[in-house]
Design a protein around this ligand. Structure first.
Ligand SMILES: Nc1ncnc2c1ncn2[C@@H]1O[C@H](COP(=O)(O)OP(=O)(O)OP(=O)(O)O)[C@@H](O)[C@H]1O
Ligand SMILES: [Mg+2]
Length: 242
């Protein structure tokens, strides 16, 4: 954080699925222009956190504010209009639509049609493979290409905050490098990024700050460089402490 009000602020967030408490009082902040990672093992609550910030779940307790405005419990569309792009885990392309149609869907919330079209063209320049295959069904792309497509689609809503859930899952290391090079270059352009990963090494390398989540609670947080190799890191990540 840099002393200014955070762009995203999550306070004492509790989310339950019936008897399961997925988030048990999570607080975190993301400053404008930061890359922040949330890492943690299976079932830690990482995806629940992102989907709740995105407006897909209503918190059982706690609050979320974005750019100073409370947003908890809103709907996904409102979230996008506020400037949050959410790329869920699993690379959900519309498999039967073309690559271009998938990208166009990302821009539907925008009123600046001409600028949106130019923005789309800039993504086709940035990812020649997407231009090359623009007319093909998105379901035919490789996993890495689909990951780039869903990130580009999210970016076409022109967000202030990009939230990525496990962007490296199931991708070859070289492709993961490309995904993270993209994330780093986006931040250079002023974007704020909140990324969830089980791949702790990748996340720590890319993020300014990292939160370690386990069983619905933040167990450790700090500057990524300081968490790497910290003596209590394994205990926090693997849930060996209370
Ligand atoms: N739709 C659901 N219904 C019931 N329980 C759920 C649901 N989604 C998640 N959970 C439970 O909530 C907890 C947190 O799950 P979540 O998917 O948020 O974790 P995660 O950290 O993203 O895990 P992973 O690394 O496997 O993606 C887990 O115990 C999970 O089983
Ligand atoms: Mg998950």
């Amino acid at each position: 954080m840099n002393g200014r009000a955070p762009l995203l602020s999550v306070r004492d967030l509790v989310v339950r699925y019936g008897a399961i408490t997925a988030l048990d009082g999570v607080s975190l902040e993301v400053g404008e222009g930061e890359i922040v990672a949330i890492i943690g093992p299976n079932g830690a609550g990482k995806s629940t956190l992102l989907s709740t910030v995105a407006g897909l779940r209503r918190p059982d307790a706690g609050g979320i504010s974005f750019a100073g405005t409370p947003i908890a419990g809103g709907a996904l569309e409102g979230t996008v209009r506020r400037g949050i792009a959410y790329v869920p885990e699993g690379r959900h392309v519309f498999a039967g639509l073309t690559v271009l149609e998938n990208l166009e869907l990302g821009a539907t919330v925008r009123r600046d049609r001409a600028e949106a079209r130019a923005h789309l063209e800039s993504f086709l320049d940035a990812f020649p493979i997407l231009r090359e295959r623009a007319g093909e069904a998105a379901g035919r792309l490789s996993g890495g290409e689909q990951q780039m497509l869903v990130i580009a689609r999210g970016l076409l809503s022109k967000p202030r905050l990009l939230m990525l859930d496990e962007p490296s899952l199931g991708l070859a290391p070289k492709i993961v490098d490309q995904v993270y090079e993209l994330v780093t270059s986006l931040r250079r352009d002023g974007l704020t990024v909140l990324v969830v990963e089980q791949n702790a090494g990748r996340a720590l390398a890319a993020a300014d700050r990292t939160y370690v989540l386990n069983a619905g609670r933040v167990r450790l947080q700090g500057r990524s460089a300081e968490l790497t190799g910290a003596p209590d890191f394994d205990a926090a990540y693997f849930g060996l402490k209370d």
